[in-house]
Ligand binder design. Structure first.
Ligand SMILES: Cc1cc2nc3c(=O)[nH]c(=O)nc-3n(C[C@H](O)[C@H](O)[C@H](O)COP(=O)(O)O)c2cc1C
Length: 265
């Protein structure tokens, strides 16, 4: 877990904003906590802070403001996010933005998505923005961070490999790449395990529906990455962000062909 960023959220209605906060925390490799917990920690130790909540009566949740008010005037990067019922964001972020700017913070960007809303007139039609935020919205949240604050995102070391080896059944390719001063060891191509970040918790081993992930000397890897169905459960559930999938559309089609003849798990 990297400790340079933190995400603070309130999500009192339907957990819509919590979903965004958690997806963002994955990309930044940081913690996401609610504002009550945030009141008890020293936020000045973080280089970047994300503030987000549902929009309730035209602005962020009052507890988010309380946390922001507690900040000192030190230099820090901040970003704002929200989920809302209204199709348009309008001026919903303005009050919080003003407060943070007054505190001398640098605003890196703001992000908002539509979230399920069953209040007021929406109740007549069984709710608006049903199913939102959805997977696509979570991807948009990730892209927002990569576009606006790439320096804080967990780097994908696999992209640095110059000569990639062919993937073979029963064999795992191992690469070493430099990340600043650190030498990072990666195992696998389609399913890449960062051996430096893996803490050997075994969650990926347990969660993989095809049981293709193994553990050796407390580190995860796969000898059967060609069997991967790209369900992404391992990647999404790795709290250390030690797993990255690297597939293109050709690989995705190969998966369909490879598994097409399967009759059961
Ligand atoms: C009490 C209340 C007030 C709301 N006020 C607004 C509003 O002023 N504008 C808007 O776009 N959505 C409004 N909404 C809808 C929420 O912003 C939306 O459902 C949001 O996704 C909730 O996030 P949460 O599930 O993280 O709490 C309101 C919802 C509630 C429950």
């Amino acid at each position: 877990m990297r400790n340079e960023s933190i995400i603070i959220y309130e999500s009192i209605y339907n957990g819509n904003t919590k979903k965004i906060a958690q997806a963002m925390a994955q990309v930044l490799g940081c913690r996401s906590i609610n504002s009550t917990n945030a009141m008890n920690i020293d936020l000045n130790q973080y280089k970047s802070i994300g503030f987000g909540s549902g929009i309730y009566f035209g602005c962020h949740h009052p507890l988010i403001f309380k946390v922001a008010e507690k900040l000192d005037m030190s230099e820090q990067d901040v970003f704002l996010f929200s989920s809302r019922g209204n199709p348009r964001l309008g001026k919903y972020h303005e009050q919080l933005k003003k407060l943070l700017v007054e505190k001398g913070k640098k605003l890196l960007g703001e992000f908002s998505v539509k979230g399920y809303d069953g209040t007021g007139p929406w109740s007549i039609i069984g709710g608006g923005n049903c199913g939102k935020p959805n997977e696509r919205d979570l991807k948009k949240a990730a892209k927002f961070l990569q576009d606006h604050m790439p320096q804080y995102c967990v780097p994908d070391c696999y992209k640095q490999i110059k000569t990639r080896l062919s993937v073979k059944e029963g064999k795992v390719n191992t690469y070493t790449v430099s990340l600043g001063e650190t030498q990072v060891v990666l195992k696998g191509d389609l399913l890449t395990f960062n051996q430096n970040d893996c803490i050997g918790c075994g969650k990926c081993v347990d969660i993989c529906p095809l049981g293709i992930i193994d553990m050796k000397e407390g580190k995860a890897f796969s000898l059967k990455e060609l069997d991967c169905t790209i369900c992404q459960l391992c990647e999404k559930n790795c709290k250390e962000r030690a797993i990255n999938l690297h597939f293109n559309w050709r690989d995705a089609i190969k998966v369909a062909i490879r598994h097409g003849k399967r009759k059961s798990l």
